[in-house]
Design a binder for this molecule. Structure first.
Ligand SMILES: CC(C)(COP(=O)(O)OP(=O)(O)OC[C@H]1O[C@@H](n2cnc3c(N)ncnc32)[C@H](O)[C@@H]1OP(=O)(O)O)[C@@H](O)C(=O)NCCC(=O)NCCS
Length: 188
């Protein structure tokens, strides 16, 4: 059984490990090798430890917790950091999904959808009516977000380890997320 729950401080080490593992598996060939090779479980865990020590930020972090394996996925959200140009100004409050990662062995069994649902619920509870997410333009998982009802709403160039990378933004203007709920209801 795999439960989606809010992260606790004691999850920092596990989240850090999954973070490094999924980045190295997902971004090989998309991000500079030097950046991926330099990632370390210890540093990444320390970063999550600091974030989870702040209750304001910790409330936006969720994990997929497998009864036997522990944390196998995580996602985080909060206020928008860089609003995409495609927002039309009618939004009341905009939140952002900062991260969403599921370990390769646990992908395609519905955890990404369940984590995204938890993040949308949190953003809605915090008064947001819109959510955005930035991702690498070349990341094939953009089809996942399109399947979840996200609409392309912006582009930017980011610099990572000295290399320019293209990113695209997706937006959800209905955080009831009917596409997610309908599927979850059908699975119950
Ligand atoms: C993207 C990711 C979070 C999706 O999580 P997941 O648990 O594998 O996805 P789910 O099992 O919940 O899939 C839900 C639906 O999306 C589809 N889907 C999943 N990954 C997909 C992909 N890469 N391309 C197209 N569709 C995809 C599934 O087939 C499923 O479709 P269905 O509704 O017809 O059943 C996960 O694959 C992942 O961590 N990938 C690597 C890291 C990454 O790129 N993260 C995003 C960075 S912003």
């Amino acid at each position: 059984m795999i439960r989606i729950r809010r992260a606790q401080k004691s999850d920092a080490a596990a989240i850090g490990r999954v973070h490094v593992e999924t980045w190295q598996a997902t971004y090989a060939g998309l991000l500079p090798d030097a950046l991926l090779a330099a990632m370390s479980d210890v540093r990444q865990s320390a970063w999550w430890q600091r974030l989870l020590a702040d209750p304001g930020q910790a409330r936006g972090v969720f994990v997929a917790d497998d009864q036997e394996m522990g944390v196998v996925g995580f996602g985080s959200c909060g206020p928008v950091r860089d609003p995409p140009e495609g927002l039309d100004g009618t939004e009341t409050r905009v939140g952002e999904v900062y991260t969403l990662y599921v370990e390769p062995d646990f992908q395609n069994i519905g955890l990404g959808r369940r984590l995204l649902d938890a993040l949308f619920r949190q953003l809605r509870a915090d008064g947001n009516d819109t959510a955005v997410l930035w991702m690498l333009a070349d990341n094939p998982t953009r089809f996942f977000y399109e399947g979840m009802g996200g609409a392309r709403c912006g582009e930017r160039i980011d610099t990572m380890a000295g290399k320019d990378v293209e990113e695209v933004a997706y937006a959800w203007r209905n955080l009831d997320a009917p596409l997610i709920r309908r599927k979850l209801a059908a699975e119950d």
